[in-house]
Write a protein that binds this ligand. Structure first.
Ligand code: UDP
Ligand code: LCN
Length: 816
């Protein structure tokens, strides 16, 4: 494929394209004529390439074009909008960087166009009236970021906190006065009104520097014998510097360095020491949010697992930090979700529930209220919008009451939680972080331009509007991977797809979010390592589950929990576990296995997914997948080689299941058509299970292909199943191979994917962005006003169109 190396850095696509078209003018005219011959439409990259290959019959000429500049431009094009006689190309030469050009098919004239012009051109295909309406609503959030520094390299995307440290260090180095806001910030630090770090006595950089020198001298000479806190207080220092002389000295030196000769490392270190965060609120309104019996219920998957593990890790890290700061403060973490009176056997109807394995963290449940009173039943995350404003108000009151004051940090999850977090953070003036888990827009092709077709079912108009509001109002955004922000070479990231898009008839988002914004930070989650530990740690293994797992895997009779059986139990097992959604592609894996004789001879297949009885499910997608599973088992006569286990809810037993699969020298397979992150991948790797995971999305980043596991292409089943078969064949001939991949998988986890690393990063972000938002107060306020208007005039009206659920009696939930 063309590499693009022939485009000079200074050349734009619009500058270089005319020459490229001129070089093969004859074929290009034919090819562009084909593009426009079918009239108005949107064409995706593969289609553009295919049509070009078909048009150029001459092999040599075809290779020349495809390997040349034009091939590069087409390969970098995400989509092209055709409105004869013109074609507009949306070209993405690098992650996060886009160019738009319009080519006239008649004379091959090329014009550079702006993103807004591109969107209007594209809209013409779907809604010409709107496209030509001069007063169509156009939103430009970027216009309010005029003085915000931005990252410049694609490779730096997602390192926002680090960039900010560099930027602040540079500013202070250039002008000492730039440190004044830091002094003000330190003075303002307090806990329930009690000053921390410094007080008004040290209200200038000079005074602070002098006091730091005095303190350092004093601590270096006398501190072992004198009650140092009292002495430091005389100079204007408050509590929070450290729990012993060494730590206090170290924190003070770090600040002295920041004021004198700032460098980003010291800057980060100093912020990581600041006592800025004690009380954290985490929003996750939708679904069944509970600690038991909720996984497998609708909309309730990895997000719940993530948040509970996140809370445990955050609390542990907060306790450590507070102790190291020399403070005696009790941190509080509240996960705020909705209270569901018809809780279907779960605890989701309890207002307050302590979080297991924590000392001070709770789940607080607040009901959805409408004019008719409290909503009793579960509502789908797609239908949740009419309840959120009131929920935010009610939740605010409950949080303030429970915490006896304002939290220091608010974190939202998914569209609904992020919107609620935005409303409350802006009302209370609190630092905000958001986590998407998955942004719905990229999951459905053309869900923006075709929003009207999908709105009755999914209410994407509300969802995308809410996402825009929270992405722009939040102080920082936490993602699990780079690809979530800016994708890969070939595929735009989830956030990137919100850079410029249009909902014809509703709103044109000329600039939605800029992935070069320093608010983006990658902090990958982990798996609870006290639960998901390697199969080799024999003394820790949960032997009480052994009989149940033996039954689950190998008993011969079908029952409510499993169907199918494994004839030859000497074979290794390939294992998968996911919700039975189309996108998880469990049926795809079953089909690959069914088709591949070599693989079937080598291994058995075990899947944990959904139910077997379609009448037990209320979800149309799940029902279709259940039926498909049954028909695949029949079609490929998989009896004796497949075990289909229903959704599991006990993570301790699940972990032991992963380890049992490892005992068989098997592997985990995650075949999703797209996976935002993929907690199961992390869980399997933590248990030492070699893992094959989709190359579409987060897992492609978690695993280094061929080293710590393998990538598989969900769109190429034969290739994927052969890759798995090759691995097991190799293992048959070489025992060491399996162990090598298992060990490298574990190493990858310990280096990059642990909750400890995550919690550290997140608390550092909380501290740095609390300062950053103060530093950019004026600009933030201006943007907030714009966002408030957008919320009021746009979101509220959209939310009113979503039907309010009627309280019908619900069928009892199946236990599985
Ligand atoms: N899970 C489970 N039982 C099941 C299926 C999944 O306990 O039957 C758990 C799984 O162990 C993981 C989470 O649910 O912790 C799924 O997270 P993932 O990120 O893989 O996917 P999501 O469901 O969030 O899309
Ligand atoms: C949602 C998803 O779809 C998964 O890919 C993630 O692993 C999960 O949330 C936790 O972030």
């Amino acid at each position: 494929m063309a590499s693009g190396s022939f485009i000079k850095r200074s050349d734009s696509i619009a500058d270089s394209m005319p020459e490229a078209l001129r070089q093969s003018r004859y074929y290009m005219k034919r090819c562009f004529a084909t593009y426009v011959s079918k009239g108005r439409r949107l064409i995706k990259r593969q289609h553009l390439m295919d049509e070009m290959e078909k048009t150029i019959e001459d092999k040599l000429e075809r290779a020349k074009v495809l390997e040349g500049l034009l091939g590069y431009i087409l390969a970098s094009t995400q989509e092209a909008a055709v409105v004869p006689p013109c074609i507009a190309f949306a070209v993405r030469p690098n992650p996060g960087s886009w160019e738009f050009v319009k080519v006239n098919a008649d004379d091959l004239g090329v014009d550079a166009i702006t993103s807004s012009e591109y969107l209007k051109f594209k809209e013409t295909i779907f809604d010409e009236k709107w496209a030509t309406d001069e007063n169509a609503l156009e939103v430009d959030f970027g216009a309010l970021d005029f003085s915000m520094p931005q990252l410049s390299l694609s490779s730096s995307i997602g390192n926002g906190a680090n960039f900010i440290s560099k930027f602040m260090a540079y500013k202070i180095r250039k002008h000492a006065k730039s440190a004044n806001p830091l002094v003000d910030y330190l003075i303002a630090l307090n806990h329930q009104g009690e000053n921390l770090m410094i007080n008004e006595t040290l209200n200038t950089v000079e005074k602070l520097q002098t006091a730091l020198i005095l303190a350092d001298e004093f601590l270096s000479s006398h501190a072992e014998h004198v009650p140092y806190q009292r002495r430091l207080a005389d100079w204007g220092f408050e509590k929070g510097w450290g729990d012993n002389v060494e730590t206090i000295k170290d924190t003070m030196r770090s600040l002295s360095e920041v004021l004198q000769a700032p460098d980003p490392l010291n800057m980060e270190k100093f912020f990581s020491r600041l006592p800025a965060i004690f009380n954290v609120v985490i929003f996750s309104p939708h679904g069944y949010f509970g600690q038991a019996d909720v996984l497998g219920l609708p909309d309730t998957g990895g997000q719940v697992v993530y948040i509970l593990d996140q809370v445990r890790a955050l609390e542990e890290e907060l306790l450590l930090r507070i102790k190291k700061q020399g403070l005696n403060i009790k941190p509080q973490i509240l996960v705020v979700t909705r209270l569901i009176p018809d809780a279907r056997g779960t605890k989701c109807n309890q207002e307050l529930e302590p979080i297991l394995d924590t000392k001070h963290s709770h789940i607080l449940r607040v009901p959805f209220r409408t004019e008719k009173g409290v909503l009793r039943q579960w509502v789908s995350r797609f239908d949740i919008y009419p309840y959120l404003e009131r929920f935010a108000q009610d939740a605010t009151a409950k949080i303030l009451e429970h915490m006896e004051g304002k939290p220091d940090l608010i974190i939202g999850n998914y569209t609904d939680g992020n919107l609620v977090a935005s409303l409350i953070a802006s009302k209370l003036g609190i630092t905000q972080g958001t986590i998407a888990h998955a942004l719905e827009k990229t999951k459905y092709e053309d869900s923006d331009i075709k929003w009207k077709e999908l709105d009755a079912k999914y209410h994407f108009s509300c969802q995308f509007t809410a996402d825009m509001i929270s992405m722009n109002s939040t102080d920082f955004i936490i993602t699990s991977t780079y690809q979530e922000i800016a994708g890969s070479k070939d595929r735009p990231g989830q956030y990137e797809s919100h850079a410029a898009f249009t909902l014809p008839g509703l709103c044109r988002i000329d600039s939605g979010i800029n992935v070069f914004d320093p608010k983006f930070n990658i902090a990958a989650p982990g798996a609870d390592q006290s639960v998901y530990f390697p199969f080799t740690q024999k003394q820790k293994r949960l032997t009480t589950f052994y009989p149940a797992i033996e039954e689950l895997l190998y008993s011969k009779e079908d029952n409510d929990e499993h169907i199918g059986f494994l004839e030859d139990r000497t074979k290794p097992i390939i294992f998968s576990m996911a919700r039975l959604d189309i996108v998880k592609n469990i049926t795809g894996l079953t089909e690959w296995y069914g088709k591949n004789k070599r693989l079937r001879n080598l291994v058995n297949l075990v899947v944990v997914a959904g139910f077997f009885d379609p009448s037990k499910s209320k979800d149309r997608e799940e029902i279709a997948e259940i039926k498909k599973m049954h028909s695949l088992i029949d079609k490929y006569q998989l009896q004796g080689q497949i075990r289909w286990i229903a959704a599991q809810t006990d993570r301790f037993r699940n972990a032991e299941l992963y380890r049992h699969i490892a005992d068989t020298k098997g592997a985990f397979v995650q075949p999703a058509l797209y996976e935002a992150f993929g907690l199961t991948v992390i869980e399997a790797m933590n248990c030492g299970l070699p893992t094959f995971a989709t190359n579409q999305g987060g897992p492609a980043e978690i695993i280094v292909d061929g080293v710590s596991g393998f990538h598989i292409d969900p769109n190429n089943g034969d290739e994927s199943s052969n890759k798995i078969a090759d691995f097991f064949e190799k293992c048959k001939n070489n025992d060491e191979h399996w162990t090598k991949i298992s060990t490298a998988g574990l190493q990858r986890i310990y280096e990059c994917y642990t909750w400890k690393i995550y919690a550290n990063k997140l608390l550092n972000m909380g501290s740095i962005y609390s300062f950053w938002r103060q530093l950019n107060k004026d600009q933030k306020q201006a943007k907030q006003r714009y966002l408030q208007m957008f919320y009021n005039l746009q979101f509220r009206n959209l939310a009113k169109n979503v039907p309010i659920a009627s309280d019908e009696p619900q069928p009892p939930a199946s236990k599985l």
